[in-house]
Design a protein around this ligand. Structure first.
Ligand code: SF4
Ligand code: SF4
Length: 56
């Protein structure tokens, strides 16, 4: 059960730098998390200024 980024993402990029396994990258509409790489550490969710990241 990986974390997911919702539509409220403003593409600030803060979360990408927090991810220990580099699972976050810029997608078409907003940043995205690779579910196969995410290890559910939660660091990105704590970093997001608009609370766009939640556990899927
Ligand atoms: S929960 Fe952790 S491993 Fe998963 S995308 Fe966020 S920072 Fe990366
Ligand atoms: S920290 Fe939040 S707003 Fe910024 S890119 Fe990540 S998900 Fe989007």
């Amino acid at each position: 059960m990986a974390y997911v980024i919702g539509d409220s993402c403003i593409s600030c990029g803060s979360c990408a730098g927090q991810c220990p396994v580099s699972a976050i990258s810029q997608g078409d509409a907003h940043y995205e998390i690779d579910a196969n790489t995410c290890i559910d550490c939660g660091s990105c969710a704590a970093q997001c200024p608009v609370s766009a990241i939640s556990q899927g």
